[in-house]
Design a protein around this ligand. Structure first.
Ligand SMILES: Cc1cc2nc3c(=O)[nH]c(=O)nc-3n(C[C@H](O)[C@H](O)[C@H](O)COP(=O)(O)OP(=O)(O)OC[C@H]3O[C@@H](n4cnc5c(N)ncnc54)[C@H](O)[C@@H]3O)c2cc1C
Length: 263
């Protein structure tokens, strides 16, 4: 990766000014930026901004943009608040060395189709918080067009959901063929499916169907079929669209049953 200018801004405002006025590129762990190997004329290292934290704020947990996937994976705060699903979702991302490097902010900002973290954030109803305090639901953010620059400060995850995460990989540390997260709080359900191979999306039909009954185990199979019918799937080297559709119905069913047992 060739970088022309490399700086450590000392405040979010300073970083934002460089991004918006000079086209600077913010770096999280730099792992994906390095993997795609495009030249960067002006890079911002966000390490000095105090954004590496995971804080319990009562009704929600805030995850700073520079928290690494490993921080999230082993966080006791997240483990107890969210049924261990962050640990389950991230424990297969490549290896510990990479997870010690890659960040929550970089994962969300990149809107990667294969992201395990974004599928979990989506199902839990997370909110993306920008440098100036403006917010966007994770669902809106993942669907938004990618033309304007932005700087993510943190991701806020509301507590109180029972949830389950499921995925299938060809090999343990490969990209997922498909990943699914189901979360429920009161009568509301969210069913999120990622690695389709496109970025995670919610199945509104499955969620609505699940909300009509207090016996999710009776509705798990049909919810899986509804999600598979509603969402779009594509082909790549890891699986065909048809295979992913089949997989979706199975993984959603499993996730609904498991989330239901955790209520
Ligand atoms: C070989 C490899 C395999 C992987 N496999 C998986 C996998 O199986 N599952 C999975 O979930 N993930 C996987 N990942 C992705 C990884 O989890 C991260 O999502 C990815 O590396 C981006 O995180 P980063 O910190 O490296 O971001 P960077 O590369 O630093 O940045 C990525 C993008 O986000 C922007 N950005 C970074 N931080 C901010 C911010 N605070 N505000 C605004 N924009 C920002 C950058 O400008 C850049 O455009 C893999 C990554 C690699 C390199």
């Amino acid at each position: 990766m060739h970088i022309g200018r490399y700086e450590f801004p000392q405040s979010l405002d300073e970083a934002a000014a460089s991004i918006f006025n000079e086209g600077a590129v913010p770096l999280g762990g730099g792992a994906w930026t390095n993997a795609v190997s495009r030249p960067i004329h002006y890079a911002l290292d966000l390490s000095d901004l105090g954004l590496r934290y995971i804080e319990d704020r009562g009704r929600e947990v805030a995850i700073g943009a520079m928290a690494t996937l490993r921080d999230i994976e082993i966080s006791l705060t997240l483990d107890s608040a969210f049924c261990g699903i962050f640990s389950k979702a991230l424990g297969h991302v490549v290896g510990v060395q990479l997870r010690n490097l890659v960040t929550a902010g970089g994962s969300v900002a990149g809107r990667y189709g294969f992201s395990d973290l974004n599928t979990v954030f989506l199902a839990l109803g997370a909110t993306v918080v920008f440098h100036d305090g403006a917010t966007s639901s994770c669902a809106e953010f993942l669907e938004a067009p990618r033309n304007a620059p932005f700087l993510i400060k943190e991701i806020r995850v509301p507590k109180g959901s029972a949830a389950s995460y499921q995925s299938l990989r060809v090999a343990a540390n490969d990209f997922p063929i498909l990943n699914v997260c189901v979360a429920t709080a009161a009568t509301e359900w969210r069913v999120s499916v990622g690695a389709r191979p496109q970025a995670a999306r919610l199945s509104l039909r499955a969620a609505e169907f699940l909300g009509l009954s207090d016996k999710p185990e009776d509705r798990a199979i049909q919810a899986g079929l509804l999600a598979a019918a509603e969402l779009k799937f594509g082909d790549d080297t890891r699986g065909s669209a048809e295979y992913r559709r089949e997989l979706c119905s199975v993984l959603v069913k499993r996730a609904v049953v498991e989330a239901g047992q955790r209520i």
